[in-house]
Write a protein that binds this ligand. Structure first.
Ligand code: ATP
Length: 357
């Protein structure tokens, strides 16, 4: 996919902006509080139907407006051009693709967005949900049949938990069947995904961290030396006490090791940022290996993420990646030698006003 034209209405301090981005690298500059992150946030909202800066996306609506709108003309892999749009007000979210009402998942398939921002290092040290979402985003974009299985699994999990809470034990085996069937499928997808991500991650870590001993270790969400159905049976008393299912793919996680030590406990904050960068680039590189231009990369506040050497390395890598990229920074010098960046466009933001230079 490539965004050919992007229109933003009432996203934070951007009242109205319309740009025709480069299919390759887009540089976004502007002073602090000019609206650079808001522009990236608008693209993220178009791909993920939510903000990356707040759990309440309606907070991104401009103070004096009642709704925000982001729309774009998007060139698909096939070459055909579709119109994507999302409108969010205080209560609802409306999604349209080619003038038809659609679901969030349709938008996510149409515009896969990967974001690297100053808080990305949390991927290593916050709770497991963010890491499950990271894995699942990669799988979702590579395997169309992942989402229906994931939905069926979650439905079974919710029903099972509701029965545990209300102690309706007789009905639990009926939901266990679905839980186990789709749970196994999800686990198989994740195991295969981590295995395919590992070599690409290693390659990225060599480039950005100068380390050649990084490793991803997947944790299924239960002691996988035993079958999940055995665990479900042996956990039943505990599940009833807690009123939820303690073991299963909904508790999956992965950990990142460097030299056989947990990265989050031993690497410096700067190294952790580089490791997360390596992980995220590995994910988009893997996606791009199947077909080029398969996702849009947003990098917010480049300079806060990386030193000059790594900024130059990253830009060089992105130039060769065949992906549409949007990178923000306060100072154009942070992007290094512009003559080395082919086919770039430069947008400058001032008080929410976006202009191409
Ligand atoms: N809902 C909103 N409506 C209008 N303005 C908002 C809203 N939410 C935040 N703002 C303001 O929008 C402005 C732009 O914020 P943004 O984070 O996009 O700037 P930025 O250029 O990325 O800044 P920095 O370089 O400091 O990170 C800020 O002044 C912010 O206070």
């Amino acid at each position: 996919m490539t965004l050919l034209k992007l229109d933003v209405l009432a996203v934070r301090n951007i009242h109205s902006a319309s740009i025709s981005p480069s299919p390759a690298i887009n540089l976004i500059t502007g002073a602090n509080a000019s609206g650079k992150s808001s522009l990236l946030e608008a693209i993220f909202i178009l791909g993920r139907s939510r903000s990356f800066r707040t759990t309440h996306t309606k907070q991104a609506i401009s103070f004096d407006q009642s709704q925000l709108t982001v729309s774009a003309q998007n060139r698909q892999h096939s070459g055909s051009i579709s119109t994507l749009g999302i409108q969010i007000d205080n209560k609802q979210c409306h999604i349209r693709i080619d003038q038809e009402d659609r679901q969030k998942a349709d938008l996510a398939y149409a515009l896969p967005v990967q974001l690297i921002h100053p808080k990305s290092y949390r991927l290593l040290d916050s709770g497991p949900q963010i890491r499950r979402e990271f894995l699942d985003w990669g799988i979702f974009n590579q395997h169309k049949n992942f989402l229906p299985c994931w939905r069926k699994f979650n439905k079974a999990l919710q029903q099972r938990n509701a029965l545990l809470k209300t102690r309706q034990l007789k009905q639990i085996p009926a939901w266990d069947k679905e839980f186990l069937e789709y749970g196994q499928v999800i686990n198989d997808f994740r195991v295969a995904y981590v295995a395919s991500l590992q070599p690409v991650f290693l390659d990225m870590a060599r480039q950005f961290l100068n380390k050649d001993d990084v490793e991803l270790r997947f944790l299924a969400g239960w002691d996988d030396r035993q079958a999940l159905d055995t665990i479900l049976k042996s956990d039943l008393d505990r599940d009833m006490r807690y009123g939820f299912t303690n073991s299963g793919p909904h508790r999956a996680d992965f950990q990142t090791y460097q030299d056989k030590r947990l990265a989050k406990d031993y690497l410096s904050r700067g190294q952790q940022k580089l490791l997360v960068l390596a992980l995220m680039l590995a994910q988009v590189t893997l996606l791009n290996q199947e077909s080029p231009y398969s996702c849009c990369i947003l990098i917010d506040d480049l300079a806060s993420e990386l030193d000059a050497e790594n900024r130059a390395k990253l830009i060089k890598y992105l130039v060769g990646l065949s992906c549409q990229v949007f990178i923000s920074s306060t100072d154009v010098a942070d992007f290094g030698d512009l003559s080395a960046i082919e086919n770039y466009k430069w947008f400058h933001v001032e008080h929410g006003d976006v202009k191409q230079l």
